[in-house]
Design a protein around this ligand. Structure first.
Ligand code: C2E
Ligand code: MG
Ligand code: MG
Length: 763
């Protein structure tokens, strides 16, 4: 049977650490036993025979601490400082040993060893305070001022106790007595510190702070027994310091339990400073004269007082930071966070309120025309102009850019819609006068949308927050005001719900794009001469989880306005090319046409993405047709023409969709690398009934052929229309006469049903 030992110490711990940590207590005890009781700590008997083993132990102990500091980054400061303290202590032992060699200095030989714990106190204290505490804004975790003040206060009280108790120590010279008392005092403070570490719930399950507490406790007991024994360490007291070092060494060797650092607590340092001041005041009250005790108490009061002042200053700083976090830097009005917080507060307190959103109409022109500093100046002036309008409890904020908000609690009894409209009017009026910006007089109109919420208004049905709902409603009203040019609009659920629904739809579309809700239907394109199916047009639909199948007109305009067209077209192209590849695999060489929108033609990365897509699919570029309408070229003709040119360079066919409905068709025909025209269905519909339409169609077909282009008639619904198109020489026909747009599976079934005459088979 294998016995598995679950240990914090052994796995991954170097052998020498185990070698030092495990027998350290035994070695320490052995040293005491072999060298005689009290030999290690009794400075009077410092000889090379006692100093050398102590130094060897110290060296091993120090190496252990340094190793721990290097292997535990989150506690580097803790163990690093303890290691440094141990180095100082070793140096003191060496100094005492050297001094004891010569007769002249033998009397002062114990001094370095007695003062060493006092001198190393700041290091040990600062190390322990850092344990498991991350630096917070308040209460410096290295708070040595509080620690030193506490030691001074304790030294003052101990001095009083030694004198009052008539201890033989009272007659010892101060340089011998004070370090002894200071050792006890530092022991007290360190014990308090490590116990406060244990007070953190996260550390309670970690044996290491318990071991450190035991180490400090044992050391303190030894020091206290020495003081009580009149200054001579005797009996078991001699074992105290090596035992403490052994416990500390063991703590260093153990691996830490899992715990997250906690921010330092400002309350702890404040309470600590108060306790020190109270204790020192008592000491001062008892010791009126200029004694060591009185001096220590006075120094302790000064130290703790300074610490308190630092806390107060930090608190003031924190208050400023808090205010800054809620203020808009440019206008000094509230910022977005503060506005949302105010709305949330009022909603929580069930206070009726109005929220006005205000968007400057011509801000971009000022910014572009007069420069950014003029734009900034205008924003500051607007904020300053609106500020006097606020009543008590109102809040003006800048949400970002040129958008401001006013949160106004409404008076009880007032009609919310009227009060909201009045607020909108007041704001609008206030901006009527021109502003003087950059030496010019500038008129700034604003679009203001106001939404209101009654005190006990129910929470939104969809579980959203009342803040979001109110903000969305004010936003909807603001856009309504902008569109209609009225300046002010109050949100009205009957009129504006549609717009809100649009916003919801946009969010849903965003999700739809990544969750496969967009599907393609394909409408066959038939060769007029042969009757063969030569291609399909891929038309997007949205399989909405609640509203069913949505046509492109229900969401494409939203996608265009809200910047989703790039992602949408990528998805359509991906599906269309994959479908073309699937048809090729079954022997059907069907051309696939995809529609592009205005923003696609401004996307200069589109040609590269499409090239990658085609390369990966194995579909030859000429199998893909990209349809663009003339109007999409109007936005930024230069850039659009460049993108179209690069698309044509890939080898794909560019087609002009809805031909005849746009403007300047002929100039585009000259400039664009076009290979196909799609005659708009309005011409097809009137072909048989309107001679003028017939003339246009006939000459368009002739023109296309003169230019070497293929012409496809759209919206062909009747056999007579198709026959006439054939007479006029039209190349291809697409319309309900052949088939409506169908899912790919149904296109296959349709092709099978219509027989081989309907399809172009690969030979
Ligand atoms: P379009 O490119 O002109 O597409 C032809 C439209 O005419 C399709 O409407 C089709 O269903 C319809 N149609 C076909 N045959 C007939 C017919 O015989 N009679 C009548 N009255 N209509 C017919 P759909 O699918 O609703 O698409 C509308 C428009 O949406 C398309 O017009 C196109 O501009 C746009 N669109 C569709 N899919 C996409 C897409 O993936 N991306 C982009 N950017 N636009 C698309
Ligand atoms: Mg089209
Ligand atoms: Mg069309």
């Amino acid at each position: 049977m294998t016995v598995r030992v679950r240990s914090r110490l052994l796995p991954g711990t170097p052998w020498w650490v185990v070698l030092v940590a495990v027998p350290l207590p035994l070695t320490a005890l052995a040293a005491v036993v072999v060298l005689g009781p009290a030999s290690v700590v009794d400075a009077d008997r410092l000889t090379p025979a006692t100093v050398v083993p102590v130094l060897v132990l110290q060296g091993a102990f120090c190496a252990l601490l340094v190793w721990r500091a290097r292997t535990l980054p989150q506690e580097r400061v803790v163990w690093g400082r303890l290691a440094l303290a141990s180095v100082v202590f070793s140096a003191a032992v060496v100094a005492s040993g050297v001094l004891s060699l010569a007769d002249a200095t033998r009397d002062v030989a114990p001094l370095p060893v007695t003062w060493a714990p006092v001198l190393t106190f700041p290091l040990v204290h600062a190390g322990l305070v850092r344990w498991n505490r991350s630096s917070g804004q308040l209460a410096d975790p290295n708070d040595i001022l509080n620690g030193v003040s506490a030691v001074l206060a304790a030294v003052a009280l101990l001095n009083i106790a030694v004198t009052r108790a008539g201890s033989p120590l009272a007659t010892a010279p101060w340089w011998e007595l004070q370090p002894l008392l200071a050792q006890v005092a530092t022991g007290f403070v360190l014990l308090g510190t490590v116990l406060s570490v244990l007070g953190l719930a996260a550390m309670r399950h970690d044996p290491r702070p318990w071991l450190v507490a035991a180490a400090v406790g044992v050391g303190l007991a030894g020091d206290a027994a020495t003081v009580l024994g009149g200054g001579t360490p005797a009996g078991w007291v001699a074992v105290a310091d090596p035992a403490a070092a052994a416990l500390l060494g063991l703590a260093a060797a153990l691996r830490p339990a899992r715990s997250a650092p906690r921010a330092a607590d400002p309350a702890a340092s404040t309470i600590g400073a108060f306790v020190v001041i109270a204790a020192s005041t008592v000491a001062l009250f008892i010791e009126r004269g200029p004694t060591v005790a009185a001096c220590c108490a006075a120094l302790a009061i000064i130290g703790a007082g300074v610490r308190l002042l630092m806390n107060v200053r930090e608190l003031a700083l924190l208050a400023v930071t808090r205010r800054e976090a809620l203020t808009d830097e440019l206008t000094r009005a509230a910022n977005r966070r503060a506005v949302l917080r105010r709305v949330r507060e009022l909603a929580d307190e069930q206070v009726p309120m109005a929220l006005a959103l205000l968007d400057l109409d011509k801000f971009k022109e000022v910014n572009d025309g007069l420069g950014h500093s003029a734009g900034d100046q205008l924003l500051r002036l607007v904020a300053a102009r609106l500020q006097p309008l606020l009543r008590s409890g109102d809040l003006l904020g800048r949400l970002g850019g040129d958008e401001f908000a006013v949160v106004a609690p409404l008076e009880v009894g007032a009609r919310p819609d009227e009060a909201a409209a009045a607020l909108g009017r007041r704001l609008s009026l206030q901006l009527a006068e021109p502003f003087s910006v950059g030496g010019m007089s500038v008129h700034v109109a604003a679009s203001i949308g106001v939404a209101h919420r009654a005190g006990g208004a129910p929470l939104p049905e969809d579980g959203g927050s009342p803040v979001e709902l109110l903000l969305q409603q004010a936003d909807t009203a603001m856009y309504a005001a902008k569109r209609s040019g009225t300046g002010v609009a109050v949100y009205d659920s009957t009129r504006h719900a549609e717009t809100s629904r649009h916003l919801v739809l946009v969010e849903e579309l965003r999700t739809a794009l990544t969750t496969g809700q967009l599907v393609l239907h394909h409408q066959p394109q038939v060769d007029v001469g042969t009757g063969w199916v030569v291609g399909v047009e891929a038309l997007v639909r949205w399989q909405h989880p609640v509203r069913g199948l949505l046509g492109p007109m229900e969401f494409l305009p939203l996608a265009e306005v809200h910047g989703l067209m790039g992602a949408l077209t990528d998805e359509v192209l991906r599906q269309a090319v994959a479908q073309a590849a699937a048809w090729r695999a079954t022997g059907r060489d069907l051309r696939v046409s995809v529609n592009l929108s205005a923003s696609n033609l401004l996307d200069t990365d589109l040609p590269d993405r499409l090239a990658d897509l085609l390369r990966g699919s194995g579909v030859p570029p000429e199998q893909l047709v990209l349809e663009v309408t003339e109007s999409v070229l109007l936005g930024d003709p230069e850039r659009s023409l460049a993108v179209v040119g690069r698309l044509a360079d890939l080898g794909v066919t560019v087609s002009i969709d809805d031909f005849g409905t746009g403007y300047s068709s002929l100039s585009y025909l000259r400039d664009l690398p076009v290979a196909e025209l799609k005659l708009d269905r309005s011409f097809t519909a009137d072909l048989l009934t309107d001679p003028r339409t017939e003339a246009i169609v006939a000459s368009t077909i002739a023109l296309a052929h003169r230019l070497g282009l293929r012409i496809v008639a759209e919206g062909v619904e009747h056999a007579a229309t198709l026959a006439h198109l054939a007479r006029l020489g039209c190349d291809e026909s697409q319309g309900y006469l052949h088939s409506p747009p169908l899912p790919a599976g149904q296109v296959d079934a349709w092709l099978d049903r219509e027989g081989t005459a309907q399809q172009l088979l690969r030979v």
